[in-house]
Design a protein around this ligand. Structure first.
Ligand code: UDP
Ligand code: MG
Length: 330
């Protein structure tokens, strides 16, 4: 799909899944913040668009979006045919943004819109990526804190990505970066990792996350785990090497153990006993083999998915009818 780029337009990209209560409030807050920003060239208020990606919501999100887009010229939306996941929604937002930069933020107001002028300021100073890192909020439930911290730890250990604790999907990307992102054909695009991998001039900003305005988190433990797996397998084949090392260690251990048993059999009078040892070893080696085969299977499965070249998402509806028509005409 090709879109006209609009000079000096700032795009705000918001993935939303079942956020009917949050969206009207979010749009008001964004409008208020954006009206305080002015274009340095003309000294007039900046032009902006709010592009909301409805990730196959099952509540009234789409109806709310339709109303908002009719009421405000700045509001556009894309609606997926089903739930494709947050990372995919974010990607679709970046791909359809028309601005010279895009700022992504969550629909639940946890990413304070009031920080946008700071992001824009840094971008005008010449940074291509302005990313944010959240302070660890002590009021967060321990479960969320635990999963979040270990999510990044696991990612760093199992891949070679330099991801900071609490790196959020609240960031500003320059058009240059958006264009590079657009060129990626892979189905499983882990945006957070891709941005750290791409380089460019990056700037870091810390922020205090707010509480979710309404509704509950859409990131279940299962989705977090899937995201971690996707992050690892998209960026590194380290798990494959780790399984080679584990295999080597086990082979070494079993050779030494075998030597000892042979020695006992031939050179001592002791009968070699060891039913328990035998069972334990069989079970242990069997387990390790399954893990190693599983890891290989995960990579093979990913290759299978990527080779099929399916579109990463399907747009079912949008504020501009031509987007659907373009999608249907190959
Ligand atoms: N989200 C989405 N698709 C999903 C899950 C989440 O588009 O399958 C959106 C959600 O509407 C929100 C953002 O991603 O705007 C972050 O989700 P959430 O706030 O539930 O995650 P948390 O802040 O709890 O990590
Ligand atoms: Mg949230």
């Amino acid at each position: 799909m090709s879109f006209l780029l609009v000079p000096n337009l700032i795009s705000l990209v918001v993935p939303a899944f079942n956020e009917q209560e949050n969206l009207p409030v979010l749009v008001e807050r964004l409008r208020a913040v954006m009206s305080t920003l002015s274009d340095p060239a003309t000294d007039r208020p900046v032009a902006y668009e709010i592009l909301i990606v409805d990730d196959g919501s099952t509540d009234r999100t789409k109806a709310v979006l339709r109303q908002l887009s009719m009421r405000y010229n700045e509001v556009r939306f894309i609606s997926f045919s089903r739930n494709f996941g947050h990372q995919v929604a974010l990607r679709a937002g970046y791909e359809h943004a028309r601005g010279i930069c895009a700022i992504s933020l969550d629909a639940d107001l946890q990413h304070p819109p009031e920080l946008i002028p700071t992001l824009v300021k840094k971008w005008r100073e010449g940074f291509d990526v302005v990313y944010t890192v959240r302070h660890q909020d002590p009021n967060l439930p321990w479960k969320k804190r635990f999963t979040s911290r270990n999510f990044y730890r696991l990612l760093r250990a199992a891949s070679d990505l330099e991801l900071e604790d609490g790196a959020a999907d609240f960031r500003l990307l320059d058009r240059k970066v958006l264009n590079v992102l657009k060129q990626h054909q892979e189905n499983d695009l882990f945006v957070r990792g891709m941005i750290s991998w791409m380089g460019f001039r990056q700037c870091r900003i810390e922020y205090e996350p707010a509480a979710r305005f309404a509704g509950t988190t859409k990131y279940s433990f299962k989705k977090m785990l899937q995201l971690a797996m996707m992050g690892i397998t998209s960026f590194s084949t380290k798990p494959l090497y780790i399984s080679v090392v584990v295999g080597l260690c086990m082979a070494l251990f079993s050779s030494l153990f075998g030597l000892e048993v042979l020695y006992e059999y031939f050179f001592t009078n002791a009968t070699v006993s060891g039913w328990t040892t035998l069972v334990l070893l069989v079970v242990l080696i069997g387990g390790v083999q399954f893990i190693v085969i599983g890891i290989m299977g995960v990579y093979l499965g990913k290759t299978f998915i990527e080779v099929k070249r399916r579109p990463p998402y399907i747009i079912g509806d949008s504020s501009e009818i031509e987007e659907i028509i373009q999608w249907q005409v190959p």
